[in-house]
Unconditional design. Structure first.
Length: 149
């Protein structure tokens, strides 16, 4: 798979998400896709990985829980466009406070995806999520689609 996808940072607090990854209310064609039961995500614990098509390329994404809220991002470090986890679902550091890229040590804020230190070039690309009725769902957008079987 080519690594030529432009990495767009997660928005800073108060800013909008990257084009195509914004709030699902702005996209009438958005679909909510069931990802996992709410109980599968624990604060600072293992992520739930899933496949998406972003900008026409299939790649991994991951969902986490941090401070009681669910968040999801494309599994692409902004330093080098490669997957961040060295073990399936292991993104948090030992303290459960930071998302780490296992290859070069880039650190990201779990609640925003913003670069917190190390060799990152901007923030992670957010995947819109919702949580209701004991289920976590991710939402499609113009650039973010489900993998077709």
């Amino acid at each position: 798979m080519p690594d030529t996808i432009p990495i767009q940072p997660a928005p800073a607090e108060g800013q909008q998400a990257a084009p195509g990854a914004n709030n699902q209310d702005n996209n009438q064609d958005s679909q909510a896709i069931e990802l996992c039961a709410s109980g599968a995500l624990h604060d600072g614990g293992l992520a739930v990985g899933f496949d998406v098509v972003y900008a026409g390329q299939t790649m991994r994404a991951f969902a986490i829980r941090f401070e009681g809220k669910v968040h999801a991002y494309l599994n692409r470090c902004t330093h080098v466009a490669m997957e961040m986890d060295y073990q399936e679902g292991k993104f948090f550091d030992d303290s459960g406070q930071w998302l780490l890229c296992a290859s070069h040590g880039a650190a990201y804020a779990p609640d925003t995806g913003a670069c917190a230190g190390g060799p990152c070039r901007g923030g992670l690309i957010r995947v819109p999520l919702s949580e209701a009725d004991g289920m976590v769902r991710w939402h499609t957008s113009y650039l973010l689609k489900p993998v077709e079987s």
